[in-house]
Ligand binder design. Structure first.
Ligand code: KIV
Length: 297
């Protein structure tokens, strides 16, 4: 159903910050997107936030980890998402413009606050309303600097993919008591530094629930159980566009890769058999012009 009604405005950062389930709020929904059509689909789904994640590296650009993408890559894709939303018209009931969060890639905030603020600003200028970065207490100085520059920051704790080598792989974090308590302390430090929300990735559900109860900002889980204030999934995982790996925490709501390959094969078959294009898919000259052209044949 195409609609001409105005899009519901994107939720503001303060509105997201207030979305705590403990206070009776509805769970937050965040989905990644990396381009204009993806952004418009997420907006039509009614999700609260789009994360232009550095998972871009793995699900779109073909790398094995997220360490390969740069600020320029992230800005390029954030701009595509923002352009998609700027021309978007709601196509169904419940559709809404999502808040856009740009992911700061590896090494864009590790070299000091000035660098971090400049890189965060590049994502804001590309169209993000907030940025996300990974890590705990040791990120407090850069988070404070970015927040000081009036750029809202979402934290990311637990299995932080930019630390894949330091962690020794993509492994569930916080499984032992001390590690779980360290996550709680990190979450409190990020809240105090000014983060408006926290992604909790790859942690046992009891630990995610403990973190969620210990802070006053919403937690958004991915592989962190049902006790968070919201959930995020990667677009390509959720839709079955990426089906090479199936992490335990992914629920596939469609099999788009399978459907796409079927459609592409049908096209190839039709071209080879001559069934495509048909008359209906073909432009024709007027009879007069066709007749004139015949003289030149
Ligand atoms: O880059 C990303 O997609 C993410 C999500 C997994 C939270 O950081």
């Amino acid at each position: 159903m195409a609609s001409t009604t105005a899009a519901t405005p994107a939720p503001t950062v303060p509105a997201i910050r207030a979305r705590r389930r403990a206070d009776g709020a509805e769970p937050l929904v965040m989905v990644t997107a990396y381009d204009a059509p993806g952004a418009r689909m997420v907006a039509d789904s009614g999700a609260d936030m789009i994360l232009v994640g550095d998972s871009l590296a793995m699900v779109v650009l073909g790398y094995d980890d997220t360490l390969q993408v740069t600020v320029d890559d992230m800005a390029h894709h954030t701009a595509a998402v923002a352009r998609g939303l700027s021309t978007w018209k709601p196509a169904r009931e419940g559709a809404r413009r999502p808040l856009v969060v740009g992911d700061l890639p590896w090494l864009s905030y590790h070299l000091g606050p000035i660098d971090a603020v400049q890189n965060a600003a590049a994502l804001v200028r590309a169209g993000a309303q907030a940025v996300k970065l990974e890590g705990g207490a040791k990120r407090v100085t850069v988070i404070e600097a970015i927040v000081d520059a009036e750029i809202p920051v979402m934290g990311h704790l637990g299995l932080t993919p930019q630390s894949v080598h330091a962690m020794g792989g993509f492994k569930v974090q916080g499984k032992e008591t001390q590690a779980a308590l360290a996550l709680v302390q990190d979450a409190k430090r990020l809240e105090a530094a000014g983060c408006f929300a926290l992604v909790l990735e790859g942690v046992p559900d009891q630990v995610a629930s403990l973190v969620t109860r210990s802070v006053g900002i919403p937690t958004i889980g991915i592989g962190a159980g049902a006790g968070c204030d919201g959930q995020v999934l990667v677009f390509h995982d959720l839709l079955g566009l990426e089906d090479r790996m199936a992490p335990k925490f992914v629920r596939r709501y469609a099999s788009l890769r399978h459907d796409a390959v079927d459609a592409l094969s049908a096209f190839a078959d039709d071209v080879r058999s001559g069934a495509f294009p048909s008359e209906a898919e073909t432009y024709h000259l007027t009879d007069d012009v066709a007749e004139e052209l015949r003289l030149y044949a």
